[in-house]
Design a protein around this ligand. Structure first.
Ligand code: PMP
Length: 447
C-alpha cells in the first residue's frame, strides 16, 4: 500500500528491529501498526525520517521539547559541558544553578532532589509521603499516568478500574486506591474510609495530560481535603511543569501541593527528573537523629549534561514567552479543528488546555467556541473516563496516525503537544492534513 511504499526505509528498519526488541520498539507509545517511522534528525517543529520526509512533530520528545527540537542555545550548552566532562561522579556547579531555577519557578519547591526520570520522581514522592505520614497507601485517579513503576501502574490505562496489573504483586497493587477524576465526594469518602491513605497524587490537567480535563476548582478542593484530613498532596507535573506556565499548573491555578514530581522540559530534552517540595518532607532524605533516612543513590542524578540542557531551557522558560507561544499555537489548532469539524459536520471534537490538544470521535455535543482561550474549561463526554472511545479504538488510532504521516504530520493518534516553534503556518498545514486524513478515514469507514 501507499504507506509501505512511501516509508520503505522505515519498514526495512522495523524488520531488523523486530529481531532485536520485543515488539520491535523501545517504548509502548512508539508502537505503530504496521510499522513505525524511523527519524533521522529534528529541528524546531519538524523532524525528518530516514526516507527524507519532512514531518511536523506533535510528540515533541514525549513532551520534553517546549522550545522545539535542538534549540541553538541548549545544543551549545550541552556541547560545552560535553567537553568539560559528561560525568564527574561528583558534586558540580551546574546542579546548583539547575536546582535554584526549579526553586525560583515552582512554588512548592522549597527543596529539590534530582532523579534519573519522571518514573523515579513519582516513586520518590510516594516513598517520601510514606515516611512523612507513616501511612502506606495512596490515592490516585483512573486514567492518570505516573510512569511505569509498580505502585502507579494500577488504573493508569483503559480499562481503568482493573485491580490486576500484570507483573505487579497483588499486595503492592493493594496500596493504591483509584477513584474517578473530578469527584471530590469520592475522594473524601475514600480518605475517611481508609486512614492508611497518606497521599493523593494526580496529573493536574487530567490523566494522560487531559483526556478527561481537570479544572482548577477540583485542584483547590483537593488541596482543602488533603489539608483537612492531614494527607499529602502530590502533583505529577512531569508534563505540565514548565509547560502550562513557567511555574507549572500549580502556579497557574494558585494551588500549592506538598510535593511535585517533574521531568521532561526540566532537563531540556535530556534524561532527568526531580522531586520538589516541602523542606520538612524532603528532610527524610537527610540523616537525622531518631528519624528514618530514605536512601537515594542514582548514577545519573543531576547528570551534568542534563543540568546544562536544563539550565539553558529553564532560563528561557522563565521569561514566559515559550509557554505563551506554545499555548497560542495549540489554541489556534483546537479552534481551527473545531471549525473544520463543524463545517464538514464530522462527529469529532478538539479540546484540551494550554499547549495540549486532544481529538475524539463519536462526539455530537457542543464544541468549545472559537473564542475559547488557552484554558477553556471544556470537558467532553460529561467527564466520564469510560466514554472516551479513543483508548479502545486502536484501529482508528493507527489509521489516523498513518494518514497524517502521509500528509506530513506526525500526530500522536488522538493527541498532540505544541512547542514554541509551532508557527501559524505549521498549525494551518496541520489542519489541512487533518481534513485530508479524515476524508481518507471516512472512505475506509473509520471516521
Ligand atoms: N508522569 C507523567 C504525567 C508522565 O507523562 C510521564 C511520562 N510520559 C511520567 C510520569 C514518567 O516519566 P518518565 O518517562 O521520564 O519516566
Amino acid at each position: 500500500d501507499r504507506y509501505a511504499a512511501e516509508f520503505a526505509g522505515s519498514k526495512q528498519r522495523f524488520e531488523t528491529a523486530k529481531g532485536v526488541f520485543p515488539t520491535g520498539v523501545t517504548h509502548d507509545a512508539r508502537m505503530m501498526d504496521p510499522f513505525p517511522v524511523y527519524v533521522a534528525r529534528a529541528k524546531g517543529a519538524h523532524k525528518w525520517d530516514v526516507d527524507g520526509h519532512e514531518l511536523v512533530d506533535y510528540f515533541v520528545g514525549h513532551g520534553s521539547h517546549l522550545l522545539g527540537h535542538c534549540p541553538d542555545d541548549v545544543v551549545l550548552a550541552v556541547q560545552e559541558q560535553m567537553n568539560r566532562g559528561t560525568h564527574p561522579g561528583a558534586c558540580h556547579e551546574a546542579e546548583i544553578e539547575w536546582g535554584q531555577l526549579v526553586r525560583k519557578l515552582i512554588p512548592s519547591a522549597e527543596r529539590v532532589r534530582f532523579t534519573g526520570s519522571g518514573t523515579e520522581a513519582t516513586m520518590m514522592a510516594l516513598r517520601l509521603s510514606r515516611l512523612y505520614t507513616g501511612r502506606g497507601k495512596f490515592l490516585k485517579f483512573q486514567g492518570h499516568f505516573h510512569g511505569w513503576h509498580d505502585y502507579v501502574t494500577v488504573s493508569a490505562d483503559y480499562p481503568y478500574d482493573t485491580a490486576s496489573v500484570p507483573g505487579v504483586p497483588a499486595d503492592v497493587a493493594a496500596h493504591c486506591v483509584a477513584v474517578p477524576p473530578n469527584d471530590l465526594n469520592r475522594v473524601e469518602a475514600a480518605l475517611k474510609a481508609d486512614s492508611d491513605i497518606g497521599a493523593v497524587i494526580l496529573e493536574p490537567t487530567g490523566g494522560h495530560w487531559g483526556a478527561v480535563p481537570i479544572r482548577g476548582e477540583f485542584l483547590k478542593g483537593l488541596r482543602e481535603l488533603c489539608t483537612r484530613h492531614d494527607r499529602l498532596l502530590i502533583f505529577d507535573e512531569v508534563i505540565t511543569g514548565f509547560r502550562v506556565s513557567p511555574g507549572g499548573a500549580q502556579a497557574f491555578y494558585g494551588v500549592t501541593p506538598d510535593l511535585t514530581a517533574m521531568a521532561k522540559i526540566l532537563a531540556g530534552g535530556l534524561p532527568g527528573g526531580c522531586v520538589g517540595g516541602r523542606a520538612d518532607v524532603l528532610a527524610f532524605i537527610e540523616p537525622r537523629p531518631g528519624k528514618p533516612k530514605m536512601k537515594h543513590p542514582g548514577t545519573y542524578n543531576a547528570n551534568p549534561l542534563s543540568a546544562a540542557a536544563g539550565v539553558a531551557t529553564l532560563t528561557r522558560v522563565a521569561t514566559g514567552e515559550p509557554c505563551d507561544r506554545a499555548n497560542r499555537a495549540a489554541a489556534r489548532l483546537r479552534n481551527k479543528l473545531n471549525e473544520l469539524f463543524a463545517a464538514r459536520d464530522w462527529s469529532w471534537v478538539a479540546y484540551g488546555d494550554f499547549s495540549m490538544v486532544r481529538v475524539a470521535s463519536g462526539y455530537r455535543g457542543e464544541r468549545p467556541g472559537t473564542a475559547a482561550g488557552v484554558n477553556d474549561g471544556f470537558v467532553p463526554f460529561g467527564g466520564d473516563v469510560n466514554a472516551l472511545d479513543g483508548p479502545k479504538n486502536m484501529k482508528q488510532y493507527y489509521a489516523l496516525r498513518q494518514a497524517m504521516l502521509l500528509h506530513g504530520v506526525d500526530w500522536w493518534g488522538f493527541a498532540g503537544m505544541t512547542s514554541a516553534e509551532h508557527t501559524d503556518a505549521v498549525i494551518d498545514h496541520t489542519v489541512t492534513a487533518f481534513e485530508a486524513s479524515l476524508e481518507a478515514l471516512a472512505a475506509e469507514g473509520l471516521a
